[in-house]
Design a protein around this ligand. Sequence first.
Ligand SMILES: [Zn+2]
Length: 511
Amino acid sequence: MGDSRTTTIGMLGTAGTVLTVEASFAAPASDHDRQVRVSGLADNIANQIQVRVRAAMANSALHFPHQSVTITISPAAHGLTGSAADLAVAVAIMSATGMVPAGRLTNAVLLAELGLDGSLRVVPGAFPAVTAARKAGFGTAIVAPDNAAEAALVAGMTVLAPSNLSGLAAWLHGQTELEPARRNPGTPAHPLPDFADLHARPRERRVLEVAAAGGHHLFLVGPPAAAKTALAERLPSILPPLSEAETVEVTALHSLRGRLIGGSTELIGHAPFEAPHHSMTAQALIGGGHSGGPGSLALAHRGVLFIDEAPEWRRHVLDTLLRPLERGEVLVRNANSTVRWPARCLLVLASTPCPCAPSPGTECRCSAGERRRYLGRLARPLLDRIDLHCEVDASSGVAQADWLELQSARSAAARVRRAREIAAARWRLTGESWRLNSDVPGQALRSARWRLPAKATKTADGLLRWERITVRGYDRILSIAWTLADLRAQAQPTSDDVDAAVELRLGYPIH
Ligand SMILES: [Zn+2]
């Protein structure tokens, strides 16, 4: 019996753990007594692995041993839901019984599900798993062919992708060589539509710029022809490119959802855009459940989550967004574990002003009550978190930008970037983790250190006194005013900034 240890990676949320798999044998007292025990995994997962490994070996003309087998996975990974340990379990058995030499596995991790026919099958999350392996000092990853491109995104890793167990056995015996997977040549860096196409829509462009600069959630209300989707999907193009660490984080989330499987694959270095449909379940929005992967909310991390036709969504589904938006992460509790995914995104809600949603040139048939009730379907706590309200009309569309507009789009992105830097530098002084103005709680904005002069906040103070806005609304107005000042690189918001912030918050002029 040779060295029977193999290595795989267990994923829990975005965190990968190096797992050692060991196989040992005992002669059974009788044929009846012959069994396989797997320790270190939840029972149902262990059973599924055992069934697949047995079938895969038998169908690859590799004989499963006539002994009692004990597989030990350490550290114990009872929260593991995936099947990525299959290959490591099979190879541990094969090498322990001397079916294959293990010399070529030094410094390698094995990461694939096994098909009953012995084929290597894809697993979600190959990118973060191989990233974790690289960090732990491993130099080779053995994965399924359709996981090879994303695994090869991890710098410094040799990725081998045999198509089946027999192919891997032949390589371990030194009978064949496997060609290391190459990183695909880059795909376009930013596949999303450009801000510059928002032809002659200065007001909407301004609102998007403020949302991007301060991280303020946004509500767009307008008729079907108002191109609300076109506006929302252009927001990522003025968000700053992701840092190296953010790129790895966002790419990991998309890998865990299985988005990078097969085909050509690049790191995601730009703010993502997710637009789930209103028929979506809470689980698909939040993540977890059968697929085990992150939902739309986490996939929009560092980018934009667009909720179109917001009143058409089931209320309990949208309500699931509240806590994660507040904490900046999604927590999903399963039977054996708690999974976390980061979820810091800009939320953009959109709606028609009424249920009949009149097309251009036709009149609305709804009563005043129907109109009020329609937007009233949205839960108050959710609307409270939306800083900016913008009415969009159908007259302005999207068209190819001319040179001037391209320049102004470039400068919008530059202003957003600079405003974010100014805000981050200011809030760093507090020692808190706030980076964007929308991160800063109202209490801090109203504190002696950051309070604005009474003449600057005169309008907002009046609205609060007359109860036209809530205290929370007042705080959001202060936060938006700081963003407006940052966009102009001013040290402090003026009364004009606060007044403009009031209009952005309410969505209509106050005078
Ligand atoms: Zn109507």
